[in-house]
Design a protein around this ligand. Sequence first.
Ligand SMILES: *Cc1c(COP(=O)(O)O)cnc(C)c1O
Length: 298
Amino acid sequence: MESLPKENTPMQEIKDPVLIENGVRLFVKRDDLTHPEVSGNKWRKLKYNLLKAKEDGYDTILTFGGAYSNHIHAFAAAGKLYGLKTIGVIRGEEHLPLNPTLAFAKSQGMQLTYLDRTSFRDYRSAIPQLKNTFGDFYMAPMGGSNDLALAGVAELGEELNQFDHNIDYLCAACGTGGTLAGLITSISSETKVIGFPALKGGDFLYEDINEFISSVKGRNSFPEWTLNLEYHFGGYAKKKPELMEFMALFNQKYNIELERIYTGKMMFGVFDMIKKGLFPKGSNIVALHSGGLQINRS
Ligand SMILES: *Cc1c(COP(=O)(O)O)cnc(C)c1O
C-alpha cells in the first residue's frame, strides 16, 4: 500500500548573513514534506474531511478548483490513498491534452467535469445538478477550507507549539485564508501571525479569516495577526523575473524548493521585511512551507 501522508514535519534553520546582520533567526517548517503528492496545507485541510466522508459512509468525494490548483491535485491523490472515488469540478472549459495537474488527477482516478466561469462564481448552486449526474457525494469546498480543515491545520499549530524555541513571528501564505485561520486558532498567544495573500486586493481576507476564526469554539483569546498585502507580485499566477530569481537562489543556497504562487511570494516578503528591519532584533521567525510544488511541474 502507498504510504499515507506524514505529520510532525521537520523545522529547518536558514543560515544567512542577512539574518545575522538583522539580529533574527529564521526557521522553515517543512510541511512540503508531508507527502510527495498530498503536500502541506492541502493535506492538513483534507485529513478530517476524508475521515468524515468515510465515517458518514460516502464512497465518493467531490470538490471544486482551478485547472492548475494544488487542491485538485492533492484531493485526487488523497482520495486514492483513502480508497474514495473522487470527482473534480474544474473552472472553465475542457482543454485537451490535459495540463499536468489535471492529467495527474485523472491518473489517480479522478473523474473530471467542467463548470463555466460564470456559473463557477456561485459553484455551490451547481450541487443539486451534480448530485443528479453523479449520485450522492461528500463535498469539500473550493480550496478545501471549512471547519474540519481548520481542525487539521490546528494540528500543525500544535506541532509548532512544541518547537524548542519560542516563535515570535509565524509567516504563512494565504489563498482562501483557511490555513492562516487554523494557525491563528491553534498557535500560542505569544506568537504573532503574519499572512501573505497571493492575490491582489487580498484585504477581503480580514473578514473571511475572522469568520473562520469565530466558528472555532473553545478558545477566546487569539494571537495578534495581520496581513501583509505587499507581496502579491501583480496577482495570482504572474511570473515576475524578480520572484523567479529569488526562488532559484533560495533553492540553490538552502536546498528548499518554492513555487511562485504562494510560498515564493511569502518567503520573498519575509526576507524583504527582515532587510527592512521590520522584525525586532532577537526575534525567532518561522516561515511555513505549505507545499504545493506540483505547480513547478505544471
Ligand atoms: C492552497 C495553498 C495555500 C493557501 O491556503 P489557504 O488555506 O487557501 O489560504 C498556501 N500555500 C500553498 C502551497 C497552497 O497550495
